[in-house]
Design a protein around this ligand. Structure first.
Ligand code: AMP
Length: 488
């Protein structure tokens, strides 16, 4: 398999959906979604898939890859679509595997929207939910099934699903499935499928393991890539701020307050860290919520909905939890912790700058992160300029004369251009500086006040004993209380 020369570049690519040989019902659904032009991955992949080729897609998240694989699969299944209620007329013919519940849910949401004018039935099964309703839906018959590998195996073991008639398999975010340790599950699932089928593998990055997986399970696949593998989207502005470990939280709070970033995903490396940072942000008046593996499925979906509605400014997430989240026009991401793996950096910043929009990716790096940062630079093939932040005391009032003229992040830079709408300064959240002049006054000691730590004349009078403070007792007496020497 040639993974260096994209073989699809010479082929003329369609610009609009109407240029494709797609059924009117699918075109109507696409138009309902408001899509006009094909994204590059769609322009490259759809004609090949309509031709029945196996594909290895090197597409970043947010490139429109769900439609790239869903539309041609729907098109090819349409001749088999049945309006019959009989389950036998709706065997699983297309299987889409995704690493996380959120990604599976998002693929399903889009797939359902693309299929809505056709009789093709779609369903989605993932863990953390009751099996019974899923079983009932599968028994009724499903044409296209989206699933996470673990839960699909549960259904295969319970014999609630049969994959003997699958014609199309999509392995979405295959690199992440391997990271999570799904390889054995994947291999077992692929063993249930007919040998004669079309297999599509999508991955943001291409490790040797991914290439091995592709070589074992794909037949003469074509490589379709829209950006150099492991390259980061060029419409994402990447900034790295060098900070002290102890200043990370204050830096983040300042960045969120001073920058026109109405919403961000803040990445951390641990679940514990996610919970801790969320609570700290809330204390600082920033609406935050945590998204990590310890949260129940219901909690995750509620949080995601609240974030999409704009009720939450900072979604503090671990890599696994945030993977696959499709939040339209997310203006920024923050790497509060530098990721352990350089590839996670690519995934993280792929959350912003989606579908052509611009985004800002901020990384807070401490001295300990030098090595991880160097690995990222090597992977994305560019050097970061290390920026510094001038921290402002959060609650101390600012006098007019002290107020900085330029933005407080040094050196100052403009926001990405296409963040126009988002660029209007959002109302500051949390504590506003106090304007009471009393607080601005320099400290003036009261000449008559008696400091608590100095012996009062009256307290010493008469007994000659040195009194430290009325509340502190001489050591001997305490020793006596504990039964030591000096007890009288
Ligand atoms: P995906 O990479 O599949 O997660 O898609 C990212 C986002 O782009 C989703 O919100 C899609 O609804 C949107 N999208 C997909 N295709 C197009 C298109 N041709 N034009 C505009 N938006 C699209």
């Amino acid at each position: 398999m040639n993974t260096t020369t994209p073989p699809t570049d010479d082929i003329p690519q369609p610009e609009r959906f109407s240029d494709l040989a797609l059924d009117a019902r699918i075109l109507r659904a696409v138009s309902d979604m408001g899509y006009e032009k094909l994204t590059p991955i769609q322009a490259k992949a759809i004609p090949l898939l309509l031709d029945g080729r196996d594909i290895m897609g090197a597409a970043q998240t947010g490139t429109g890859k769900t439609a790239a694989f869903s539309l041609p699969i729907l098109q090819q299944l349409l001749p088999l679509a049945s309006t019959s209620v009989s389950p036998a007329r709706h065997p699983v013919r297309a299987l889409m595997l995704a690493p996380t519940r959120e990604l599976a849910d998002q693929v399903y949401t889009n797939l359902k929207a693309y299929a809505k004018h056709t009789p093709l039935r779609c369903a989605c099964v993932f863990g953390g939910m009751d099996m019974a309703p899923q079983k009932a839906e599968l028994r009724n018959g499903v044409d296209l099934l989206v699933a996470t590998p673990g839960r699909l195996l549960d259904h295969l073991e319970a014999k609630t699903v049969n994959l003997g008639q699958v014609q199309f398999v999509v392995l979405d975010e295959a690199d992440r499935m391997l990271d999570i340790g799904f390889l054995p599950d994947l291999q077992r699932i692929l063993g249930f499928l007919p040998k004669q089928r079309t297999t599509l593998l999508f991955s943001a990055t291409f490790s040797p393991e991914i290439k091995r997986l592709a070589q074992s399970y794909l037949q003469n696949p074509l490589l379709v890539e829209v950006a150099r593998p492991n390259a980061t989207a060029t419409n994402v502005e990447q900034r790295v701020y060098q900070v002290e470990e102890d200043d990370k939280r204050a830096t983040l709070v300042q960045l969120l307050r001073d920058n026109p970033l109405p919403q961000v995903i803040v990445f951390v490396n641990s679940r514990l860290g996610a919970g801790r940072l969320t609570r700290a942000l809330e204390r600082d008046g920033i609406k935050a919520a945590a998204m990590h593996g310890d949260k129940s499925q219901a909690e995750r979906l509620t949080t995601l909905e609240a974030f999409k509605r704009g009720d939450i400014q900072a979604l503090v997430a671990t890599d696994v939890a945030a993977r696959g989240l499709d939040i339209a026009e997310l203006p920024g991401v923050v790497n509060y912790d530098v990721p352990f793996s350089a590839e996670d950096y690519v995934h993280r910043i792929g959350r912003t700058g989606r579908a052509g929009a611009s985004g800002l990716a901020i990384t807070l790096a401490t001295a300990r992160d030098a090595r991880a940062l160097a690995d990222i630079e090597k992977l994305i093939k560019r050097q970061f300029e290390k920026l510094t932040v001038q921290l402002q005391p959060i609650s101390r009032p600012r006098r007019e004369a002290d107020a900085p003229r330029s933005p407080r992040l040094m050196p100052s830079r403009g926001m990405p251009e296409s963040m126009g709408a988002a660029a209007a300064p959002y109302p500051r959240m949390g504590r506003t500086p106090r304007q009471d002049p009393w607080f601005d006054k320099p400290y003036e000691p009261d000449p008559k006040a008696q400091p608590a730590w100095e012996p009062a004349e009256s307290a010493n009078a008469g007994n000659g004993q040195r009194s430290i403070s009325p509340s502190i007792r001489p050591r001997r007496k305490i020793a006596a209380l504990l039964g030591g020497h000096g007890a009288k």
